[in-house]
Design a protein around this ligand. Structure first.
Ligand SMILES: [Fe+2]
Length: 225
């Protein structure tokens, strides 16, 4: 995505998922990066491990957020699905590098430090921004916004990766993960709109900052492959 990452205001009806991607970036740079990644099995394995790491970070953040809010069916479903996504990417490593079984040490990831900084940075900025929010909805809103931003980014990244996998005839597809992320985004987005009258303004500001954070991670990925 490079530093040209951009975010566009949403323009879709209440309580529905965006009809078109609302996070975009430099598609050509992404495609070039992904093709370089899949060229080399060892790099590809570290990329899959990095996606597993990010999904695992998401799982942990959802689990922690349940301390401050109701652990309802949707929340537990999302927790279970994010954990499954982490496992899916971890298991997929054997498709490209059969002998690899990495953990999450930074040396086993691709731009791992930047990946962690991107996610933690996003989480921190939303928590800071909502520090003065009504405590009965603040933890819920933090979860909803961070998840929305991550799912929007996944909605740009995962289909592009899936298309490269298909074009290169690699034995791996992201269809199930993509469908579940789309459903998460629809759930998060409709809940945020219901709980927060300032939802759209907040999201527009967060998207700009998310794009800046992601651009830093993306630049490090480009340097690593
Ligand atoms: Fe996920």
């Amino acid at each position: 995505m490079n530093a040209s990452a951009s975010a566009h205001p949403a323009s879709h009806p209440a309580n529905s998922a965006p009809a078109t991607p609302i996070v975009s970036g430099d598609d050509r740079a992404l495609n070039a990066l992904l093709n370089r990644i899949v060229d080399e099995p060892e790099i590809h394995a570290r990329w899959l491990n990095t996606l597993a790491f990010l999904e695992f970070m998401g799982t942990r953040k959802i689990a922690r957020s349940l301390n401050g809010r109701r652990a309802d069916r949707i929340a537990l479903q999302h927790l279970a699905e994010e954990a499954r996504h982490a496992y899916f990417f971890k298991r997929s490593i054997e498709r490209v590098a059969p002998d690899a079984d990495p953990g999450f040490a930074l040396s086993e990831l691709l731009a791992g430090f930047s990946a962690a900084r991107y996610f933690h940075g996003l989480d921190a900025l939303v928590h800071r921004d909502l520090a003065d929010a009504d405590p009965t909805v603040g933890p819920e809103l933090c979860y909803l916004y961070v998840t929305t931003l991550i799912e929007e980014r996944a909605g740009w990244l995962y289909p592009a990766y899936d298309a490269v996998l298909e074009a290169r005839n690699l034995p791996l597809r992201l269809t199930g993960v993509i469908l579940e992320e789309e459903q998460h985004l629809a759930d998060m987005y409709s809940a945020a709109r219901r709980l927060d009258p300032q939802c759209e303004e907040r999201l527009q500001g967060y998207r700009v900052q998310e794009a800046q954070g992601f651009a830093g991670f993306f630049t490090r990925l480009q340097a690593a492959v």
